[in-house]
Design a protein around this ligand. Structure first.
Ligand SMILES: CC(C)(COP(=O)(O)OP(=O)(O)OC[C@H]1O[C@@H](n2cnc3c(N)ncnc32)[C@H](O)[C@@H]1OP(=O)(O)O)[C@@H](O)C(=O)NCCC(=O)NCCS
Length: 154
């Protein structure tokens, strides 16, 4: 068993670009939404092992971006705990909808998000083709479209 602490990044802390880029390889995209977001970081015994970015879309809806767990700690339920943490924080801040996007090729992520109660809500067609300079692949499938999922919080 591990004791996981999830807390907002301190003003003096630097974000982990390794983690951020493992979830979204576009540094440019990250630079656009980071100033409007809060990064929540997960620690085990003071070692940073995961994070997610909480982006307020409007007063009603927030979006989870860049959820990532250090490779050495994946598959132990930490991604699930990060999602549950984001859901709780969104509820206590009064949001009614929490959304998350992933690619058509991200089979494991689609499984994880739906298991946590997120439902398919839209497709941004050709998102990864139009917004990324290099073709991206996951599970041997090209990432072409962004699949949006949302969870109603009431
Ligand atoms: C996606 C990610 C955050 C999941 O974190 P994690 O700690 O490995 O996930 P968990 O251990 O909590 O997994 C929860 C469930 O999802 C499943 N799952 C998670 N990632 C999976 C994958 N890539 N393939 C298959 N199943 C996966 C687990 O088997 C588990 O299933 P269970 O509840 O039935 O046992 C992590 O794999 C990661 O950081 N990936 C790289 C960055 C990334 O792709 N971020 C998402 C961008 S949209």
């Amino acid at each position: 068993m591990f004791s996981l602490v999830i807390k907002p990044i301190g003003e003096e802390d630097t974000p982990s670009y390794d983690l951020l880029l493992s979830a979204d390889p576009s540094e440019l995209a990250i630079q656009v939404y980071l100033p409007y977001s809060t990064i929540y970081q997960a620690y085990i015994e003071e070692r940073l092992i995961g994070q997610y970015v909480f982006f307020p879309v409007d007063n009603h809806e927030a979006e989870i971006k860049n959820i990532a767990v250090d490779e050495a700690y994946q598959g132990q339920g930490i991604g699930k705990l990060l999602l549950q943490d984001a859901i709780q924080r969104a509820i206590s801040s009064g949001y009614k909808i929490l959304s998350i996007g992933t690619s058509n090729a991200s089979i494991g992520q689609l499984y994880l998000y739906q298991k946590q109660g997120f439902e398919l809500s839209g497709i941004k067609m050709n998102f990864f083709i139009d917004n990324y300079s290099e073709p991206l692949y996951e599970n041997g499938i090209q990432c072409k479209h962004m699949i949006m999922l949302t969870k109603e919080l009431y």
